[in-house]
Design a protein. Structure first.
Lengths: 164, 160
């Protein structure tokens, strides 16, 4: 009797739908808060949000971020304020995708997106440069460096409403 | 080295042989059951029914290096573990490949200290590095597919 009972369970499972996700073709939807590859954001006019303060590099627990800042001028303006990130590199093999850089950023320049397909055959390929991380120039914006009128973008951090 | 040096360029014969052998190698690559830390949990999840690595010919993780083709170093490698990793790699039969799964295996990750090997490529040659801490099963499968692409590019002249 027990053997029939056992086989009943087996045959019940035979008729079930398989649970396997056919990964490269099918994708499981990600949570909105999922932290994947980083993006460097731009303002609507095309200026970079990153001001090269390197607070993200200071906050990074894995020392994955390398920022080198340079001076902005009104002839060659990359971002509002005094400085911009001349070099911005993230080593994807060091990054632990904790999002502390996102929290530390005073201008919300760096955000962690949903791209997750990060595998490399060479360790050097894992270093993502600024050109690879930065968003394309939005429509209506101009590419950086921009020539702007003097005094228009003196504030590094935009005016924000008081926190509630 | 190998076939081409002995027999000269055989043209279409070696090309077809390459394709067939590389197809065979990518189609049945059994990993070594070798988890070291939290990445191993994701590796188990990749092997389990939800993601199911048998779809890529990785039927099961062998707990014996002599019967496996692929070593997935999943997790941080301590200095004490390093000789063991090297010995297991040496015991694997040719051809063999290594995936360094996760940040710790790839470059030490957050563990920048005296106890952890700063990247498993200090002791064994690594074919594919998978980023993530730990990588999701999707990311590991992507790493496996990257390795398959790499193997498909291998040539007769490179076979040892």
């Amino acid at each position: 009797m027990n053997i029939i009972k056992g086989f009943r369970t087996t045959f019940k499972h035979l008729l079930e739908e398989p649970v396997t996700l056919q990964y490269p073709e099918q994708m499981r939807p990600f949570e909105a808060r999922y932290k994947g590859r980083h993006h460097l954001r731009r303002y609507e006019n095309g200026l970079e949000k990153c001001i090269g303060c390197a607070l993200c590099a200071a906050a990074c627990p894995a020392d994955a971020i390398w920022v080198e800042a340079a001076e902005n001028t009104d002839e060659e303006r990359y971002s509002p304020g005094e400085r911009y990130a001349k070099t911005y590199e993230i080593n994807m093999l060091r990054c632990i995708f904790c999002g502390y850089c996102e929290d530390a950023c005073p201008t919300q320049a760096i955000e962690l997106g949903h791209e997750h397909q990060l595998s490399f055959t060479d360790r050097r390929d894992a270093i993502y440069t600024k050109e690879m991380l930065i968003d394309p120039v939005p429509s209506g914006g101009k590419p950086t460096p921009q020539k702007v009128e003097a005094g228009a973008f003196d504030r590094a951090i935009p005016d924000m409403p008081d926190p509630k | 080295m190998g076939l081409t040096s002995k027999l000269g360029n055989l043209g279409v014969v070696t090309t077809t042989l390459e394709t067939a052998v590389n197809w065979g190698r990518t189609g049945a690559m059994w990993p070594l059951l070798f988890g070291l830390a939290c990445c191993a949990i994701e590796m188990m999840s990749t092997q389990a029914s939800d993601y199911d690595m048998s779809r890529f010919g990785m039927e099961l993780n062998r707990a014996s290096p002599r019967q496996s083709d692929l070593m997935i170093v999943a997790g941080r490698v301590t200095r004490k573990m390093a000789p063991v990793v090297r010995q297991l790699y040496d015991q694997m039969a040719e051809p063999k490949w290594v995936i360094s799964m996760g940040d710790c295996a790839s470059c030490g990750g957050v563990y920048n200290n005296y106890a952890i090997v700063q990247g498993v490529d200090e002791i064994i040659p690594v074919d594919v590095y998978v980023a993530g801490c730990p990588p999701r099963p999707e990311q590991l499968i992507h790493g496996v597919m990257t390795l398959h692409e790499k193997i498909k590019g291998e040539r007769v002249s490179q076979w040892a």
